[in-house]
Every structure is written in C-alpha cells, then in structure tokens.
Design a protein around this ligand. Structure first.
Ligand SMILES: [Zn+2]
Length: 210
C-alpha cells in the first residue's frame, strides 16, 4: 500500500470518551489463551457511534436511509480539508471564507485536533458546528462532512445541527483525529463497518494528499 496514506481514525479502546448517556465501550477477552483457552477471542460492547464513526440520516430521522444505503461514492474520492480557527464553533461566517461547492466532500479541522481528544474525559467544550454553520453546508448541498470530535453538534445544539445536515441528505463522519492533516485537497477512503439497518457505524478513514 502507498505509504502516503495517513490513518485519521482513532483506536477503539476503553480510554475513549463516549457521548454522555450513550453506552460506554468495553472490550474483554471472552476466550483467553493466557488462561488456557485455545485461542484469544475478544468480546466488544459499544454504541454504533463510538470513536471514528459514520452517521446515517436514520440517526435523527425515522423515515430516512440507514447505513445499508451507504455506497462507496458516499465516502470515497476527493475531499477538501478546511481549518477553522474559531475555538468555540464552526460558523457560517467562517465557512463562507472557504471554497465550498455543491457535491463537495469536506472535512473540518479544528482546535480539537490539537490535543488527544480520544482519551477520557469527554470534553463538553469541543469545537462543533454552530446552527448557522450547519444550515450553510446544507444549503450548499455538499455530499459529505467530517469533523474531529465525536459529534458535529455540541451538547446544546446537537439535535438542530444533525437535523440540518442529515436532513439535507449529507453523510457524516465524526471522531477524526487530524493532527497530521494540513488544509488542502486529499483523496480519502472512509469505510463503515457493514451493520444492517444501522443509524451509524464505526469506520476506518484514510487520507492522502493530492
Ligand atoms: Zn452525529
């Protein structure tokens, strides 16, 4: 494989913060060779929205498509990475300074990638979309958006932000770690685990500079 691919997914590990009120992640040895078993077999218990993961429109809309409607065109190809400087939220005002076009795949790098956010505790002050920022990308009719924390929306506006984005049929990947990614154009591959009818799915995401 080409060495220039950068893995921007986070480890699934018990150290990961999870969304308050959602199931926490647990990984245990169901069969353990150090205890005499013939093989090691891990048991996982997790939410579909753990670590680096996709949201399908069904996450917030009962009448919209699930992860089963995912096709490779949804989250593979070219993407534009923009770096937002605002340390609180991703506003329409700042997004308007970027070249965002209909059908674009965009990934937003924020202050979240300046620290190891994938280690507990959950940071409720993570940088997230302002409602007007979410409305702006919906209006622009982009195809796909990625962000470097567990949710596109914050603890106070998560519902509204998801409604704007998923309501516009835009697919989402959350939980990226973009420390080594500078703004610019990339090829990307985001592959969700194939969970039938799911509202979300843990995903592996790779990026390569064009
Ligand atoms: Zn989400």
């Amino acid at each position: 494989m080409n060495k220039n691919w950068i893995d921007v997914s986070v480890d699934l590990s018990p150290e990961l913060p999870t969304w308050p009120g959602d199931p926490t992640l647990s990984i245990s040895k169901f069969h353990d060779m150090s205890k005499g078993a013939v093989a090691n077999v891990s048991q996982l218990s997790l939410s579909a929205h753990t670590g680096t993961h996709m949201d399908s429109p069904f996450h917030f809309f009962n009448d919209k498509v699930t992860m089963s409607a995912w096709t490779p065109e949804v989250s593979m190809g070219k993407c534009k990475v923009f770096e937002v400087k605002d340390k609180v939220s991703i506003t329409a005002k700042e997004l308007k300074t970027f070249d965002i076009q209909k059908g674009d795949n965009i990934i937003i790098k924020t202050f979240n990638s300046s620290y190891e956010w994938f280690k507990k505790p959950f940071n409720e002050n993570f940088v997230h979309f302002a409602e007007d920022g979410a409305a702006y990308i919906a209006e622009k009719k982009i195809q796909f958006v990625g962000i470097d924390y567990l949710s596109v929306g914050g603890p106070k506006n998560g519902i509204e932000v998801h409604h704007h984005i998923l309501g516009a049929g835009i697919w989402i990947v959350e939980g990226l770690y973009l420390k080594d990614i500078a703004p610019g154009e990339y090829e990307f591959i985001c592959l969700p685990v194939k969970i039938k009818g799911a509202d979300g799915a843990p995903s592996r995401v790779l990026m390569r500079k064009i």
